[in-house]
Design a protein around this ligand. Structure first.
Ligand SMILES: [Ca+2]
Ligand SMILES: [Ca+2]
Length: 216
């Protein structure tokens, strides 16, 4: 191999690595209505404005609290590699009586029924709004709300979003290793074709390296 080709090659690979470094992230969007398990009284309901035309909720009129602390949706999620992850939810929360859920993500969180224990570590206070909007899942503690993040190993994990206040609506959940609290930076999205077969960027990089080595 001549020297110029070698230098070009190095430049090319460096460029590739920078591009991968900047673009690397894992994310995945899942329709709430496609949860692996939905326990009543959480139910699937229709709304043309919702992603996929459906969402989940524990039915309740504004200001009601008849069916608080009941029902849940559970998502089995295969995490491609160990890391720290955040969760976002696309929600509607009419008022102060319809703006919270209980959220656990096992195995980072214990196998605990937050509806029974009422452990505030797992209490998610959602941003209010009568239109679908994204909200990062937080702890709502006595001292305020704090963004949550979970350290997970690769493998199967389980997210449970459980009813706390009836009337709270959930359209989509979004899993990401981008821990920014800035919605514009994270850019949570509705499910698309990329979520049918989640992409694992590091494997792609390995493949690219392998191919490059073979070519050389
Ligand atoms: Ca309510
Ligand atoms: Ca939906």
């Amino acid at each position: 191999m001549n020297k110029n080709m070698y230098i070009l090659g190095i430049l090319f690979i460096t460029g590739l690595m920078i591009a991968q470094g900047i673009s690397y992230s894992y994310d995945r969007a899942i329709e709430a209505e496609n949860a692996d398990t939905i326990e009543e009284p959480m139910i699937i309901a229709d709304d043309d404005a919702a992603s996929g035309g459906k969402y989940v909720w524990v039915e309740g009129e504004p200001a009601s609290s008849e069916r608080d602390h009941q029902g849940w949706a559970e998502f089995v999620i295969n995490i491609p590699e160990a890391g720290t992850y955040a969760l976002w939810g696309k929600v509607i929360a009419w008022d102060g009586n319809s703006d919270s859920f209980w959220v656990t993500w096992q195995p980072a969180d214990p196998d605990e029924n937050a509806q029974e224990t009422q452990n505030k570590q797992f209490r998610w206070s959602t941003a209010h709004g009568n239109e679908w909007h994204w909200d990062r899942i937080n702890h709502w503690l006595d001292s305020g709300t704090f963004e949550r993040e979970w350290d997970l190993s690769a493998g199967e994990t389980t997210v449970r979003i459980a009813g706390r206040e009836d009337g709270a609506k959930l359209d989509v959940i979004f899993i990401t290793d981008n821990l920014s609290a800035d919605e514009a930076e994270v850019n949570p999205r509705d499910p698309g074709p990329e979520d049918v077969t989640p992409v694992e960027p590091k494997e792609k990089l390995t493949t690219t390296w392998g191919k490059l080595k073979l070519q050389w």
